[in-house]
Design a protein around this ligand. Structure first.
Ligand SMILES: NC(=O)c1ccc[n+]([C@@H]2O[C@H](COP(=O)([O-])OP(=O)(O)OC[C@H]3O[C@@H](n4cnc5c(N)ncnc54)[C@H](OP(=O)(O)O)[C@@H]3O)[C@@H](O)[C@H]2O)c1
Length: 328
C-alpha cells in the first residue's frame, strides 16, 4: 500500500462536494475516484473537484483496485449496503453519519469490519474539531469541576419537501437521525450512556420526526436536555454546566470556532478554536493516520461509540414512534 491514502467518494451530493473540498487541504491523502449512479454526473463532479477517475456505478469504483479508502456519502438507508460492499472489496470506510438506520444494521457493519480487518469509522466530524478537544482539555484540568448538565440543540426550518431525504422514511428521513445525532453526541461525549432517556416527538405526514426533544438522566442528578427539529430554527448554542462554572459553545455549536469559559468569580474567558476548511480536515487526517497504521477503528470515535449512539437513537425512535421500512 502507498504511504498516501487514495480516496474514492461514493454518492455525489451536497456533503460529498464539501468533503472533496476539505480533502485537498489534508496532506497524505488524495481524491482518486468518484462514483455516482450515472456516469455523466460522476464526470462532471470529477472535473469540478479535480479527481482522476469517474465511475457510473458504485460497484465499478469498488472493484477498480485504484483506491484504499471509501467515503460513503449516500442517504442513511444505503450506508449499510455501501459499507458492506466496500469492506468486502478490501477497502477502508469512512461512512457519513448516522452510521446506519438502526443498531441491527450497524452491528452487521461492525462485524464485517472485524471479519475483514478493514477500517470502519462513522464520520462524526464534530468529535475531531478543536472546540471538542478544547472542551475535553478544560474539563480534564478540573478547574470547573464535574459536568452536571448539558443543553444542546440542532434545529433549522427545512423546506417541506416530503420526498426529500429529510422527510422520506424510505431514505431514513427524520430530525433525530439527521441532526439530533449531534446533541446526542455532545451528551454522550461528556456524560456517557444515560441511565434513562425520555423522548417526545412531533411526526410529519410521512411518519418521520420533524421535531424531537430528549431528556437524558444520569446518576447524581446529572442531566442532558436536547432538541432537534427540521420545523423551526434555533440559536444552536450549547451550554455545558459544571460544578464551578460553565462552558458556552456559540451557535452553530457543532462547528464552533470559539468557546467561552465562565468560571464563578472570574471574568469570562473566550478561547479561539479555529479549523481550516469546512470542518472535515481533522476527521480526514485522523482517519488517514489510523488507516495507515493498520487500525480497524479510530480511537477517538470507535465502533463502540457509534453503537452507543445508535442504540440511544433506537430507544428514542421507539418512544416517539418512528419506524423505518423493514423494521418491526
Ligand atoms: N457531516 C455533515 O455535516 C453532513 C451534512 C449533510 C449530510 N450528511 C450526511 O451525508 C449523507 C448524504 O447527505 P447529503 O446532504 O449529501 O445528501 P444528497 O445531497 O441528497 O446526496 C446524497 C447522494 O447519494 C446518492 N444516492 C444514492 N441513492 C440515492 C437515493 N435513493 N436518493 C437520493 N440520493 C441517492 C446520490 O448520489 P449519486 O446520484 O451521485 O449516486 C446523491 O447525490 C447523509 O447520510 C447525511 O446524514 C452529513
Amino acid at each position: 500500500m502507498s504511504k498516501e491514502v487514495r480516496w474514492g467518494i461514493l454518492g455525489l451530493g451536497n456533503i460529498a462536494r464539501k468533503f472533496a473540498h476539505d480533502l485537498k487541504l489534508v496532506s497524505g491523502g488524495r481524491l482518486v475516484a468518484v462514483a455516482s449512479r450515472t456516469l455523466d454526473k460522476a464526470e462532471q463532479f470529477r472535473d469540478e473537484v479535480g479527481a482522476d477517475k469517474a465511475y457510473g456505478s458504485y460497484a465499478e469504483m469498488l472493484a477498480s483496485a485504484e483506491i484504499d479508502m471509501v467515503y460513503v456519502a449516500t442517504p442513511h438507508h444505503l450506508h449499510r449496503d455501501n459499507t458492506l460492499a466496500a469492506l468486502q472489496s478490501g477497502l477502508g470506510v469512512l461512512c457519513e453519519k448516522p452510521a446506519a438506520l438502526n443498531s441491527v444494521q450497524l452491528e452487521e457493519m461492525l462485524a464485517a469490519s472485524t471479519e475483514t480487518g478493514h477500517y470502519f469509522m462513522e464520520a462524526l466530524w464534530t468529535r475531531f474539531l478543536p472546540s471538542t478537544e478544547k472542551v475535553a482539555e478544560i474539563l480534564a484540568s478540573g478547574e470547573l469541576g464535574g459536568v452536571v448538565e448539558v443543553e444542546a440543540d440542532f434545529c433549522f426550518a427545512a423546506e417541506r419537501d416530503y420526498s426529500s431525504r429529510l422527510f422520506d422514511l424510505a431514505l431514513g428521513g427524520g430530525a433525530l437521525l439527521d441532526i439530533g445525532i449531534y446533541p446526542l453526541f455532545l451528551a454522550y461525549q461528556l456524560l456517557g450512556v444515560p441511565e434513562q432517556i425520555k423522548a417526545d416527538g412531533q411526526l410529519s405526514p410521512t411518519g418521520s420526526d420533524e421535531s424531537c426533544s430528549m431528556t437524558l438522566s444520569y446518576s447524581n442528578g446529572r442531566i442532558a436536555q436536547l432538541h432537534a427539529s427540521v420545523l423551526y430554527g434555533s440559536a444552536m448554542a450549547a451550554r455545558i454546566t459544571c460544578e464551578r462554572g460553565y462552558i458556552l459553545l456559540p451557535g452553530r455549536w457543532h462547528e464552533a470556532q470559539s468557546l467561552t469559559v465562565i468560571k464563578a468569580g472570574y471574568e469570562p474567558q473566550e478561547i479561539a478554536t479555529p479549523f481550516p476548511g469546512k470542518g472535515f480536515y481533522h476527521q480526514i487526517l485522523s482517519s488517514q493516520v489510523a488507516f495507515l497504521a493498520g487500525e480497524r477503528q479510530n480511537e477517538k470515535w470507535s465502533h463502540a461509540d457509534s453503537l452507543a449512539i445508535m442504540q440511544m437513537m433506537d430507544d428514542i425512535r421507539q418512544q416517539i414512534g418512528v419506524v423505518y421500512p423493514g423494521e418491526q
